[in-house]
Design a protein around this ligand. Structure first.
Ligand code: GLC
Length: 548
């Protein structure tokens, strides 16, 4: 493995920009209002021209779509909603032809309740080998009619659902950290680990370049399934993974999980010399501390872990500097490369998190530029290159299980539909080129009626557009990403300025409310996220300079 600071011959994922494709909302080839695999294939040239290195595609496997694909019924096939295995192969071949890598999503913590294993489990008696693949337990209380412990589901309500046995009597309970249609697998059963390795090989053999590992800090649960400490007994659910990760819980981040990733590392390494090249895996691990996350990327485990700390940080130069310092410090001992992300399909889009409107957009662009300065991989979420904001989805159009599970409770979670609205590609009205449907026809989540100016078509070639800004930032990033090394300096500057130095690039971000004097290191201007600086940098703006 190359040394961290060796700029030569680095595997692609050590400095990649990865574009997240939420398949249901990217491009719809057949006009059913839901995106699909041929839709992705048709838009690959757009991604190449945008200047990304890779795409990560959210789950497209056979699934009843209760959690939009994160409930997998068959890990080795493509859901007819999205196409066929042949369509997946064609997409992969075309991506590789265009020089793009492809990361697929792997969901090892739970299956769909429609998976053959779960169907066999509920048709089999308690204690049977079929039940041993999941987390079945007898209920508590004299009649067994209380859940086995107090664990909450991330999506609201209890993490346990009671079965009705085939003879109609109330039966055992099964664990689901997410929706009741997503039963958790029993990772203490070796059959589960073997099956997941077989699934890894299935996709590696087809030529995928990597995996995004869903809920990578899940899988193992503490022995004996002890009760957790609920922060507020009146609130039975954490509002999101962000909150769930803030609690010391026996269902997350158990030490045994690392054995799994050591085994996967070996499997992936077997493919290093294959025609496709080195493969990688990135963990979605909402573990509590930077140190806990670093454990997932020790040299013999996964290659990367998402770093959600910037995404959770407020708009503040100090907070951003702290995130950068802590991230790099936590990864240095394990020699792993950092990752950076501001938006994904589970969180409020960053333009909106930063206040929305023109100011939110300005801040979003500035934060993106600062993030793209940094070593390691940057993950972009579809639509952020268009400056899309979170959409306020009407209650009757919401589809997220967390909405359905909480809408009648004291702690309503409106869900994640607002960041999953289909992409506007062109035209004046819905579906804005998302699919071939009649003008005015809405896709699976309705698009706002003021999106015409935000479409790819409207922004292409338009001076100052967010799309052209992303294209230019990615083009420039290519000139230094591989060669600038992994050291980052946090340079001194005026209050509220974040000044990052990497190689001969200096990034200055103004998180204050007044124009600020540029630091001495800011030489020739390379790119600004807003108005070009002229001795001072406007608030809510970031710029790249050649180091003076
Ligand atoms: C991950 C996914 C999220 C999904 C959940 C359950 O957090 O990103 O979308 O709902 O896992 O699989």
């Amino acid at each position: 493995m190359p040394a961290v600071n060796d700029p030569t011959d680095l595997p692609w994922w050590r400095h990649a920009v990865v574009y997240q494709v939420y398949i249901r909302s990217f491009a719809d080839s057949d006009g059913d209002g839901v995106g699909d695999m041929p839709g992705i294939t048709s838009r690959l040239p757009y991604l190449r021209d945008l200047g990304v290195d890779a795409l990560w595609i959210t789950p497209f496997y056979t699934s009843p779509q209760r959690d939009h694909g994160y409930d997998v019924a068959d890990y080795r096939d493509v859901d007819p909603l999205f196409g066929s295995l042949a369509d997946a192969d064609a997409m992969l071949a075309r991506a590789h032809e265009l020089g793009l890598k492809v990361i697929v999503d792997l969901v090892p913590n739970h299956t769909s309740d429609q998976h053959v294993w779960f169907q066999a489990a509920i048709a089999s008696p308690p204690g049977s080998p079929e039940r041993e693949r999941y987390m079945f337990r007898d209920g508590a209380g004299p009649d067994g009619d209380e859940p086995p412990n107090n664990w909450p589901s991330v999506f609201g309500g209890a993490a346990w659902t009671r079965l009705t046995e085939p003879d109609g009597t109330p039966g055992q309970w099964y664990l689901h950290l997410f929706d009741s249609t997503q039963p958790d697998l029993n990772w203490r059963n070796p059959e589960v680990g073997d099956e997941l390795v077989d699934i890894l090989r299935f996709w590696l053999d087809r030529g995928v370049d990597g995996f995004r590992v869903d809920v990578a800090h899940g899988l193992f649960k503490a022995e004996g399934l002890p009760d957790t400490v609920l922060r507020d007994p009146d609130e039975d659910a954490p509002a999101s993974m962000v909150e769930a990760a803030g609690v010391d819980e026996p269902m997350w981040d158990q030490p045994e999980v690392h054995e799994v990733y050591r085994r996967w590392h070996e499997v992936l390494a077997e493919y290093d010399d294959s025609e496709v090249g080195p493969r990688m895996a990135v963990a979605e691990s909402w573990a509590r501390t930077a140190e806990a996350i670093a454990r997932y990327v020790r040299p013999d485990e996964l290659h990367q872990s998402f770093n959600f700390h910037w995404l959770s940080a407020p708009w503040s130069a100090e907070a951003f500097a702290e995130v950068v310092t802590e991230t790099l410090a936590s990864l240095a001992p394990v020699g792993a490369v950092p990752t950076w992300v501001l938006s994904n399909h589970d969180v409020v889009r960053h333009v909106t998190r930063y206040g929305g409107g023109a100011q939110g957009l300005a801040r979003g662009r500035a934060a993106t530029l600062a993030m793209l300065t940094l070593p390691g991989s940057a993950y972009l979420y579809q639509g952020e290159e268009l400056g899309l904001a979170q959409v306020d989805v009407a209650p009757e159009d919401r589809t997220d299980p967390s909405w359905f599970r909480t809408k009648d409770t004291a702690k309503v979670d409106i869900g994640r539909d607002g960041c999953r609205v289909p992409i506007p590609w062109g035209g004046d009205a819905a579906p804005y080129g998302f699919g071939p449907a009649e003008s005015g026809d809405q896709p699976w989540i309705p698009q706002p009626d003021d999106w015409a100016g935000l479409s790819v078509e409207a922004q292409t070639g338009a001076e100052g557009s967010t799309l052209e800004f992303y294209r230019e930032a990615l083009r420039l990033r290519r000139t230094f990403a591989e060669t600038a090394g992994t050291d980052v300096e946090i340079l001194p500057g005026a209050p509220d300025l974040l000044v990052l130095g990497r190689g001969d690039v200096v990034c200055v971000l103004n998180a204050g409310t007044a124009p600020a004097a540029l630091p001495a290191e800011a030489g020739e201007l390379l790119l600004s996220s807003g108005d070009d600086p002229d001795g001072t940098l406007a608030p809510d703006t970031a710029a790249w300079f050649r180091r003076a």
